[in-house]
Design a protein around this ligand. Sequence first.
Ligand code: ZN
Length: 472
Amino acid sequence: MKLYNTLTHQVEEFAPAEPKHVKMYNCGPTVYGDQHVGNYRTFAFADTLRRYFEFKGWKVTQIINITDVGHLTQDTIDSGEDKIAVKAREMKWTAMQVAEYFMNRFYADRKTLLMREPAKFTRATDHIEPMKDLIQILLDKGIAYKVGGNVYFDVSKFPAYGKLSGNTLESIKVGESGRVGDEVKEKRHPADFALWKTDDKHLMQWDAPWGRGFPGWHIECSAMSMKYLGATFDIHTGGEDNIFPHHEAEIAQAEAATGKPFVRHWMHARHMMWDGRKISKSLGNVVLVKDMLDKGYTPEEIRYTLVSTRYRERADFSWTSFENSRKALGYLTEFRRRLQDAAKKPGGKGSINLDKVRHDFEARMDDDLDVAGAIGVLQSFRNEGNKAIDQGLGGAEATQALELLEKIGEVFGILGVAAEEKPPDEVVALATARLDARKRKDFKAADEARDKIKALGWSVEDTKDGVKYRKL
Ligand SMILES: [Zn+2]
C-alpha cells in the first residue's frame, strides 16, 4: 500500500510498524463551535482510511482528540461578542459546559455520518498531567524556558524545526506561532511557541510548578498521542492548515523530549471548497450536518459525497454534488437489491469476475486512497453485474457478488442496512417538523406530525443521537 507522506513530500510504501496493527492519531475538533462540512470531509477521510485498513483485516487503534481547553474569559462572555459568548451568557454556562455542548454535537454528527468509534476520544482537559510532565521534561533538558509563569519551547534547540512544513526559522514571521496574547517581547525567537500560559482572566486554569495557568494547544496532541500510542506511532492526520504551526510544533515537542521519531507517516486532507469558494462565516457558506439533513440527504448520501474526492485533492462541493451522489448511490442500491433477488434464484448462468473487481478496487485504494478511482471500479462492477443478472446470474455466485459489494460499500460507509430502510422525504420532512414543534412545546402539532408519519407506514423515535426511523 502506498500513501503520501507530508514529512517526506512523496508517496511511500506504508505498512504499520507492528504487522497488521495501525496506530493512528487524528487531530480532532476545537469544541467551541460546530464543525462544518469541510471539517467533516477531513474526519470522513480519516474514517475511510481506518475502514480500509480494517477491510484489509488489520487492527486499528485510533485516537481522536477533543480540544476542550477553551480561551473564553469572563470579558468575552459578558461582551457577547460572538454566538458562543451569547449562548454561554444566555444559558449561564461555564466554559466547560460550552465545550461539552459542542463536543456532544460533534459526537452526534459523527454518529449521523456513520463514523466508527475510535479506541478513545481524548479530551485535553482530562490530560493536563501528562502535558505538565512533558513540559517538565523539556524544561529539564533546557529546550524550554520560563518567562514569569509562561513556558516557551526554544526552537533554536531543535534544529529539525521546519522539517514538516518546509519553513525555516528565518522565514517564520513574528508572532506566527503564537496563539494567545502578546508574546512577542517574551520570546527569544519569534517562532518559539507557548507550552504553558498564565492569564488571570482565563476561565480554565490548572496548578503547575511554574504557575497557575493553562496549556498551549500544541502540547496537548504530543502528550495525548504518545500516552496512548507510544513515542513513535504509524499515522497522524489532520487538515492541511494543521501542518504549520500545529504539527510542526508537535514534532518538536515530542522528538526533543523522547529523542525518537514521533510519527512515521503524516497525512493531511486538503481544504474543501463550497461552490468554488473558501468556506467561511463571512461568505455565509458554512454548511453544517444539520443543513445537509434538512435538505433531505441521507447519511449515506452525505458520506458518499464527502469521500468521493481523494483526500489530497481540492474538493469543490455544492448541493449539486449531493444530488449527483444521490443518483450514483441509487444505482448501487438498486444493483444491491437485484443481487439480493438473484441470490434467491438458481444460478448457473451469467458470471462476474469478482477477483478482478476486488483486485482493481484494492489497486485504486492502495494508490494513496484513490477513492474516485475505487468508486469507478464499484460502478463498473455494477454495470457488469447488471448484465450478468440479465443473463441469469443467481445462487451462490450472486451471493458472493452481493457480499463483495457490501464489503466494498462498508469501506465508504455506504450500502449499510440503513440504505434499505431509508425513509421517504415526506417522512423526513414530517419528522423535522415534529421535532421543531416539540422544541416550541407545541405538543399538539408534534402529535399530528407523528400521526401523519404513522399513516405513511413509519415511526420515529427521539434518541440522544437524533431521530431514529423505523418502518412499520
Ligand atoms: Zn492536534
